[in-house]
Design a protein. Structure first.
Length: 304
């Protein structure tokens, strides 16, 4: 890219990537992600260790989406279909946000940072108080940490997690960072990284939830997906064994090699435990995410 093209791409990345302003985030909303085509290809910044100071620099504006945790766990676009039966039955999804950041603790890599309104409101308040965009060209670095208060049982309870976000000194983007932002955001637009499940998949999970026995795994949850994966693998192993038993002597190996491995249903999103690694969708936390706790369960009022 020429210098002029880089400048234009940087400005578009900074101002055109997000679909909600930081001021809107500061005023309300609740905590979601989705089955995503490019999601597994990007690095994520995850808050894993209590007391650790995570230093980051916000890039541009946040991208909103929704997530329903119960009675099904599913990721939804900002403009999800509210006329589906699962929603008309009174189930309300929670709002979540995603934003690109420079991870100052890891070589200044660009990573995706996700969370609910509990933490993103603290970023948004900077715009209300300082009257400057926290992810803008002259925005500050941030120090982010969390703690888990002790619950009634005397043990730390992640569901009561509290965040502390402190803005540090202003950290204007360098020319090299502007180039990185322009290239990264052109390659990984939010709209291709954060994708909600389609209506058919949502309806499928809802039908399963309505017919599920008490105590069953929440359809669409991490544990539910893991159970389905294990079931498919066991079915494949059994099919291989059956072919080996039926094949003439000496042909068992060939018969096994010819077995077609079952494929996951196209509409079933991959998942990732919130602590997790790539290959699963990190927005699909195990049950109610510890980082959102009560907030996620309560649903929320849309900002839109």
């Amino acid at each position: 890219m020429s210098d002029g093209e880089n400048t234009q791409a940087f400005e578009e990345a900074l101002n055109g990537q997000g679909q909600v302003s930081w001021g809107q985030v500061a005023k309300g909303g609740r905590g979601s992600g989705a089955p995503r085509s490019l999601y597994s290809q990007v690095d994520k910044l995850k808050l894993k260790d209590s007391g650790t100071q995570y230093k980051l620099r916000l890039i541009g504006q946040p991208f909103p989406s929704f997530k329903l945790y119960e009675p099904i766990e599913v990721n939804l676009d900002k403009d999800y279909n509210k006329d589906l039966e699962v929603f008309t039955a009174g189930n309300k999804p929670s709002m979540r946000f995603a934003v690109w950041v420079f991870d100052r603790n890891d070589g200044n890599k660009i990573k995706l940072f996700e969370g609910g309104a509990m933490i993103f409101r603290q970023f948004g308040s900077y715009q209300e108080i300082i009257n400057e965009d926290p992810g803008g060209e002259s925005g500050p670095d941030w120090s982010v940490s969390f703690s888990d208060p002790v619950g009634d049982n005397g043990k730390k309870n992640p569901r009561l997690r509290q965040y502390r976000c402190m803005h540090l000194k202003e950290a204007p983007f360098t020319e090299e960072e502007k180039k990185q932002i322009a290239e990264h955001c052109a390659k990984y637009p939010y709209s291709e990284v954060i994708k909600g499940s389609d209506d058919d998949y949502v309806n499928k999970l809802w039908e399963e939830a309505k017919n599920a026995p008490e105590g069953a795994l929440v359809p669409g949850s991490y544990l539910w997906n893991m159970a389905r994966r294990e079931s498919r693998e066991n079915e494949k192993k059994q099919a291989d064994q059956d072919l080996n038993l039926d094949a003439p002597k000496g042909q068992a190996t060939a018969a096994t090699a010819a077995t077609v491995a079952p494929t996951a249903e196209a509409s079933t999103p991959a998942v990732d435990a919130s602590a997790g690694g790539d290959g699963f969708d990190a927005s699909f936390e195990t049950g109610t995410p510890a980082s959102e706790g009560t907030e996620a369960k309560q649903g929320g009022t849309s900002l839109f």
